[in-house]
Write a protein that binds this ligand. Structure first.
Ligand SMILES: [Fe+2]
Length: 138
């Protein structure tokens, strides 16, 4: 969905809305993992695999290739590179978590790390990057 949006406030709003969908999925995965219900966590990951799979890829492309280039001159490429590097790490962990869930062999440590890294990344975007982006784009 974000692929069709030009750079602007509507794109930032859509990206933020998608973060909420991802957060609710992560909460479920984290709760189940914390209770050591790995079968439940596997089911949750597989049923949410579109949200953290193709939708997350599209979301990251919209940030890396549409939103961030429009912010680079004001916010600095170095700051944005930190977010871009986190996207790479998030996708690596995501690929591991989904393929392990498909094999019904979920690694608890990496699953917790994936949830934590992704949650902290989204919080940083929503609390720091997106408010600045809204100001610059308005
Ligand atoms: Fe991001």
């Amino acid at each position: 969905m974000t692929a069709e949006l030009p750079v602007g406030i509507a794109l930032v709003d859509q990206l933020s809305k998608e973060h909420d969908e991802v957060r609710s999925l992560l909460s479920g995965i984290e709760d189940l993992t914390a209770r050591n219900d790995l079968g439940g966590a596997v089911d949750q990951i597989l049923s949410g695999s579109a949200v953290i799979g193709e939708a997350l890829d599209e979301h990251i492309v919209a940030e890396d290739e549409t939103l961030f280039p429009a912010l680079a001159s004001e916010m600095g490429q170095e700051l944005l590179n930190g977010f871009i590097e986190e996207h790479v790490r998030i996708k690596q962990l995501r690929d591991l978590v989904i393929s392990s869930a498909r094999a019904n062999n979920l690694p608890v440590g990496e699953t917790e790390e994936f949830c934590q890294v992704l949650r902290e990344h989204m919080d940083k975007e929503d609390m720091m990057l997106f408010p600045s982006a809204r100001e610059l784009l308005s």
